[in-house]
Design a binder for this molecule. Sequence first.
Ligand code: 5SP
Length: 215
Amino acid sequence: MVKLSPSIFGADFGRLNEQIKAVEDCNVEMLHIDVMDGNYVPNIAFGPDQIAMLRPHTDLFFDVHMMVTEPDRYIERIVKAGAQMITVHAEATTHLHRSLMLIKSFGVKCGVVLNPATPPDVLKYVLDDIDMVLVMTVNPGGGGGAFNPTMIEKVREIKEMIGDRDIDIQVDGGVNADNVKSLVDAGANVIVAGSFAFTGDVAKNLDDLRKAADA
Ligand SMILES: O=C(CO)[C@@H](O)[C@H](O)COP(=O)(O)O
């Protein structure tokens, strides 16, 4: 079963409540929240205080993607803000395993994010510790980027590495109703969409995305 995780970064922040309600009404499985520190990625977005402000407004599962240098510094605050899943970039933490253990120590699900140029090998010795792998299908740090089709093969490779372990494969960046099926066929089962989800009619976009993913 494919799970949808619309990326709030793509929403109209002047109508945030309304946009969250719109994705809730589509029965999405998660809400993807991007934390950007202006260092690991050039952009700045959403810190723990903003996540905490969102928390009382929705029961959606908070899937938090940390684009942060040395994320351990903020993990406890992100958990306290209401995250239920935290993913960290393999490239952004000095001690990947330690970061994952820190997330798990709070009883929260954890995952590893790989930039397009990062090979999957880095996952090999943490596969038994993680709940999800996030394959970036654009370079991180912004919305509306062009989908990198080379990542389809990478998803396939990761799916094979995972074997029968219970690990989700999430894809993020430039995902839309035209390319989602190729990612699902390769093994992705959690779909992030920012600009595709929030441009125009949210209900129609998410319906199109789910239908294309499940086709
Ligand atoms: O993590 C990121 C960007 O780094 C995302 O979650 C974006 O919000 C995706 O936006 P689209 O590429 O779908 O517009």
